[in-house]
Write a protein that binds this ligand. Structure first.
Ligand code: AMP
Ligand code: MG
Length: 402
C-alpha cells in the first residue's frame, strides 16, 4: 500500500496533457485561456471626443472667458459613426459627439455647456487646456501589448475587452471528457421500476455525473455494468472507444470474487499506476493509464467513491483544464481534539463554523461510516489526519472544502 502523498505524486506524473481547442469568442464564457493574448489593435483605435461639444483649434480659444468669448464658424459635424471628412482650419469649429472621431486640424474639444450657438457660429466661453476632452488613439495600450495571461478564466469583462480589440477566436482548454462506468449487479438504477428487497439504489452514477459537472468536466456516456468478467471487459472496450480523458469506474476494485474492474482494465491494455492507498475511506482506489486515458477505479461505497473523487479526480480534472495548482484548502481551528488511532490517513469529514472576522472552526461529523451518505451531506469539507496522530483542541489544520 502506498501513502496518500505518494499516490498524489504518481498521479501528477501521469496526468494527460490538456487538450487545447480554438473557439469563437461567443462561446468562450467560463473557459480558461490556453494562450497569452496580445492586443491586435491599439485602444482606443482612433482619436475621439470624450464629450458632446465642438472640436476646434486650441490657438483659437486659449484665454477665452465669459466676457471675452471666441466666435468660430461651424463648418461641419463629426458624429459617432459618421466622421467629418475635411480638416478644421483657423477660426473654425465642428460639432462633435461623444466617441466621434476628432478630425485633422482640431486638437481640442469644448463641451456644449461652455458654448452658445447662433447663426452658424459658436461662442466659446471656456477652455482650460490644449487637448481637453480628447481621447487619444493608443492611450490605453498600443497594439501588441499583452492583455491577458494563459490560465485566466474568461468572464464578461474579459470577453468585453477581447471583443473591443477585434479578437474573434481564442485558444482554451477543452472540457475534459469522462466516461462513467458503474458496476454492481445489485444496483437498481433511476427509472428501473419496483426495487427488489436485495437491490441497492444506485447513488454513485447520479453523484458522479453531478461531481464531474461541478469539476468542469463533461460526460461522454454512463454505462451500467454487471459484475461479470467478460461483460466488464467488453464494456471497457466500448468505453475506450469514446477517446475520453478519464474513465471513471465505480465499484468492483476490491478483493471480492465479483470485483473485476482491475483485471478487466489490465486485459484491455491499461497499466496500473497504483492500487490501494493507506487511507480511510477509499483504501482500494485503483488508478491505471492507457495512452493518454486515465482510469480511476473508485470503491463502490458511495462515501469512499466521493472522497476519492474529491482527493484525486478533482485535481486531475483541474489539471486537464490548465490549473496546475488547485488551492482548495482553508485554515481552521479544531473545536475538539480529533484522534486517528488507526494505521491509515483518515479523511475526517467536518462541519465548518465560520463567523465574520474570526478563524473558522471545525468539528467532526459524528457518524463517519463509508456507507453513510449523511457523513458527506452534513459536512462542509474534510481534514486529513495522519495515522496514529491526534489533532489537539484549538490546533490549526488545513480543511479541504467541498
Ligand atoms: P464494491 O466496491 O463494488 O465492493 O461495493 C461496495 C459497497 O458499495 C457495496 O455495499 C455496494 O452495494 C455498494 N455500492 C456499489 N456501487 C454502488 C452504487 N453505485 N450506489 C450505491 N451503492 C453502491
Ligand atoms: Mg460491487
Amino acid at each position: 500500500m502506498i501513502t496518500v502523498a505518494e499516490a498524489i505524486r504518481i498521479l501528477q506524473d501521469n496526468l494527460p496533457e490538456p487538450r487545447i481547442i480554438n473557439i469563437s469568442l461567443e462561446d468562450a464564457f467560463g473557459r480558461r485561456l490556453a494562450e497569452d493574448i496580445n492586443a491586435p489593435e491599439p485602444s482606443p483605435r482612433y482619436t475621439s471626443s470624450a464629450m458632446d461639444g465642438y472640436a476646434l483649434r486650441w490657438d483659437d480659444v486659449h484665454g477665452v472667458s465669459v466676457n471675452e468669448p471666441a466666435k468660430l464658424s461651424i463648418v461641419g459635424e463629426s458624429q459617432a459613426g459618421v466622421p467629418y471628412e475635411n480638416s478644421v482650419g483657423a477660426g473654425e469649429a465642428i460639432r462633435i459627439s461623444t466617441g466621434a472621431m476628432v478630425p485633422e486640424g482640431a486638437d481640442t474639444v469644448v463641451r456644449v455647456e461652455d458654448t452658445e450657438e447662433t447663426d452658424g457660429k459658436v461662442a466659446v466661453f471656456a477652455c482650460k487646456k490644449q487637448g481637453q476632452d480628447v481621447r487619444y488613439a493608443g492611450e490605453e495600450f498600443a497594439a501588441g501589448t499583452q492583455l491577458m495571461e494563459q490560465g485566466l478564466v474568461l468572464k464578461s469583462r474579459q470577453i468585453a475587452q477581447l471583443s473591443s480589440v477585434g479578437v474573434k477566436t481564442v485558444a482554451v482548454y477543452d472540457t475534459p471528457l469522462v466516461s462513467l462506468f458503474i458496476t454492481g449487479t445489485e444496483l437498481a438504477h433511476y427509472g428501473d421500476g419496483e426495487i427488489k428487497p436485495f437491490q441497492v439504489r444506485d447513488s454513485n452514477a447520479p453523484m458522479l455525473k453531478a461531481a464531474i459537472l461541478e469539476a468542469g468536466g463533461r460526460i461522454a456516456e454512463c454505462m451500467h455494468v454487471e459484475d461479470d468478467f467478460e461483460v466488464t471487459v467488453e464494456s471497457m472496450r466500448k468505453a475506450l472507444q469514446q477517446d475520453c480523458d478519464i474513465i471513471l469506474c465505480s465499484g468492483g476494485v476490491s478483493v471480492g470474487r465479483h470485483d473485476h474492474v482491475k483485471e478487466a482494465a489490465e486485459q484491455v491494455g491499461f497499466e496500473q499506476l497504483f492500487w490501494k492507498i493507506r487511507q480511510k475511506p477509499g483504501k482500494p482506489l485503483f488508478v491505471a493509464k492507457k495512452g493518454r486515458t486515465l482510469l480511476f477505479g473508485l470503491p463502490g461505497n458511495p462515501v469512499s467513491a466521493f472522497m476519492c473523487f474529491q482527493n484525486y479526480v478533482i485535481p486531475s480534472l483541474a489539471a486537464l483544464q490548465g490549473v496546475s495548482h488547485l488551492k482548495k484548502t482553508i485554515s481552521a481551528k479544531a473545536e475538539v481534539a480529533i484522534e486517528n488511532s488507526g494505521k491509515r490517513t483518515d479523511f475526517i469529514r467536518v462541519v465548518i463554523t465560520d463567523e465574520p472576522n474570526s478563524i473558522p472552526t471545525i468539528k467532526p461529523i459524528s457518524q463517519q461510516g463509508s456507507h453513510m451518505l449523511s457523513s458527506i451531506v452534513k459536512a462542509d469539507g474534510y481534514i486529513a489526519v495522519e495515522a496514529a496522530t491526534t489533532l489537539a483542541k484549538g490546533e490549526l489544520t488545513d480543511v479541504f472544502v467541498f
